[in-house]
Design a protein around this ligand. Structure first.
Ligand SMILES: Cc1ncc(C[n+]2csc(CCOP(=O)(O)OP(=O)(O)O)c2C)c(N)n1
Length: 366
């Protein structure tokens, strides 16, 4: 027996099967796309168009003072929608602040999905109803949560997969490392979706990492990495569905890097012209997720005027309802600040709660 035969030296499997493709995986416009189900393509199209309209409406609401902040996912709709559609009802979605479209596509009420960004209180929706965790503002903190939930479900024998979303900047966080390491060691049923949209606010990817791609990071943890064209809704849907099924059937976690682009500024509070040129955006406008899908549908004779106008009308109706409902002032109780913070409130919180109650009472009586 040599030292390399002892348990301390864990024999390694070949890393090559874990490595991502050299180029982002694509389906739309390729011969393989002919096999794609027309119903799936139409469903993706409808959701992408709705998603873009939602982004435009939410951004307008920030200008009207109805939303504190909105991080738009325009240009990233294929990632958002594919993430929601790849999951089964019993699964869980763990979104970041940019993933409102995925949250809404999963079934959360479009207004409730904006509650946090309106600055009202807490999450705004019940995470258990649609199995959607709160939109996470602290970068990457949703990733260990997803791993913990998925691992616990597996220990309980529940058929649950967790899909966690994070940005390229979030991959530099310690939480990203801890989550991926735990997930791979435990073989937890988790899918990590990194939307590489080119920037972490003003920081471009080249200043974020020296890794060949973000998908390559998977190899270091011992899980497969997949590199996908994040603007190709069919490729995104296929890769995420495969990763979810792999996790469900005991195959362990997958890291998916979606190569996409943040067409708008980081949020309505950001001026992107200070750190990037329009010339950089132009090629991405020519590789638009809705256009790619429209081209595919058209070439297969699946998109006629009726579908196009029906889809646009449906999106417009959703936007009108969102606008109208968001213009209604919410009825808020300041005491709600203390609700749902801890299962058992701490003594400090109880003290603050009593203080606020007394202040509100004094105001009422004055
Ligand atoms: C732990 C933590 N550190 C810093 C921030 C401030 N911050 C908010 S968004 C952001 C950039 C994140 O970029 P990326 O992960 O690429 O996601 P994107 O906004 O592009 O979707 C930063 C640094 C934060 N929210 N949380």
């Amino acid at each position: 027996m040599t030292v390399l035969d002892t348990p301390a030296w864990r024999p390694r499997t070949d890393a090559a099967p874990l490595l991502p493709d050299p180029e982002p995986y694509r389906l739309l416009g390729t011969p393989e796309a002919a096999a794609l189900d027309p119903a799936l393509l139409r469903a993706l199209y409808g959701q992408l168009v709705r998603g873009r309209r939602y982004n435009a409406q939410a951004t307008a609401l920030t200008k009207q003072g109805r939303l504190a902040v909105y991080p738009s996912s325009t240009g990233q709709e294929a990632c958002e929608i594919a993430a929601a559609l790849a999951l089964q009802p019993q699964d869980w979605l763990f979104p970041s602040y940019r993933d409102t479209l995925a949250v809404v596509a999963r079934g959360v009420d479009p207004v409730e999905a904006l509650t946090l960004l309106r600055g009202d209180w807490h999450t705004g929706y019940d995470p258990h109803t649609h199995r959607v965790a709160p939109l996470s503002t602290p970068l990457a903190t949703q990733l260990p949560h997803a791993v913990g939930l998925a691992h616990a479900a597996r220990l309980s024998g529940d058929d649950v997969v967790a899909l966690a979303m994070v940005g390229d900047g979030g991959t530099s966080e310690g939480d990203f490392h801890e989550a991926l390491n735990f997930a791979a060691v435990w073989q937890a049923p988790v899918v990590f979706l990194v939307q590489n949209n080119g920037f972490a606010i003003s920081v471009p990817l080249a200043k974020q990492t020296a890794a060949p791609t973000l998908a390559h990071k998977a190899v270091g943890y011992g899980m497969p990495g997949r590199l996908v064209d994040g603007n190709d809704a069919a490729a995104m849907h296929q890769v995420l569905t495969e990763a979810v099924e792999r996790a469900r059937t005991g195959g362990g976690p997958t890291l998916v890097e979606a190569v996409t682009y943040r067409i708008e500024a980081h949020t309505n509070a950001d001026d992107a012209t200070r750190y990037r040129d329009e010339a950089e955006i132009t090629p991405w406008r020519g590789h638009d997720p809705i256009d790619l899908l429209e081209r595919e549908l058209t070439s297969r004779g699946l998109l006629d005027d009726a579908l196009r106008s029906g889809t646009a009308a449906d999106a417009e109706e959703m936007a009108a309802s969102l606008r109208e409902r968001m213009h209604t002032d919410p009825q808020l109780d300041p005491m709600d600040l203390f609700a749902h913070v801890y299962a058992e409130p701490t003594p400090q919180l109880r003290e603050q709660q009593a203080q606020l109650r007394a202040e509100l009472e004094a105001e009422r009586q004055s």
